[in-house]
Design a protein around this ligand. Sequence first.
Ligand code: 2NL
Length: 344
Amino acid sequence: MIERLQALLSEALEELNQAADKKDVEKVRVKYLGKKGPITEVLRGMGKLSAEERPKVGQAANDVRGEIQEKLDEKNQSLEAEELNKQLAGETIDVTLPGDTVKQGSRHPLTAVVEEIEDIFIGLGFSVTEGPEIETDYYNFEALNLPKEHPARDMQDSFFITEDLLLRTQTSPVQARTMEKHEGRGPVKIICPGKVYRRDDDDATHSHQFMQIEGLYVDKNIRMSDLKGILEAFVKKYFGEERTIRLRPSFFPFTEPSVEVDVTCGICGGSGCRMCKQSGWIEVLGAGMVHPKVLEMSGFDPEEYSGFAFGMGVERFALLKYGIDDIRHFYTNDMRFLNQWKQI
Ligand code: 2NL
């Protein structure tokens, strides 16, 4: 009987050795330790044994059962450890593999030019102020000396939303609002960048929506020479120190006197070429001394205060500096165009 138990033990251990996974281990357990297994059978048959043999066989059967159980547990544990190691090996991250490239974006060229211009004016003591793109008739027109019957506010030129609301046609309403907030006390020294809207047919040089930057400097004793000095400094910083400006008389309802500002042609240096239509000059800005009525409507006493204002189209400044031939490139999001601006 005891020999039979020893043989069962070696058989079981041999089979356990062959077990490849927990299922195999379970099969071994059922086969040897199960209710219908050989050890249970031995224990059941104990009644037929002599009183002398019975405790010995019982002891041996229990020992064998205990040892098999112990080996089963050990095998299970080592299988679990093996499985965990396999899983960990599978999850190992190879830090030397090349990563996914994250494509670097860049500022839109118009944003880049706006920021470039802002930086120059900040350097000249101006603050940057923004305001709403949907404006009231009052701030867009009335406060800028464009009364109801004025031809410049013809419905054809603006996008009206209601009788009183429209998409702003310039950023001057931001300046009118800012002057109002100052309650008649200077200085007001601001530039106002932003989108503006005009009813226009789009082509290489026109767009119904474009980017404008206007500037305003109101204080005591502001003169035309201040305007000229600031704009000359700005043009030299933006286009290059070799460039210079000239002022020509013009007309705007919100300034008096009004001027157009020309810069020397960057292609021929002033001698005349196709770019400047042989004149040597390129028109880049409109400007003037703030009309006394405009100062007054915004709460400033025109006897005490004076100011200058100017306005420029950002697209035009970008076209001229970077040699772009069509304003529509700015709005069509062609990556071949946009990708060229990463460096600025
Ligand atoms: C252009 C050039 C200009 C102004 C804008 C302005 C603003 C206030 C008062 C007076 Cl609050 N003027 N802005 C002045 C002159 C020219 O823009 O070509 N505009 C049609």
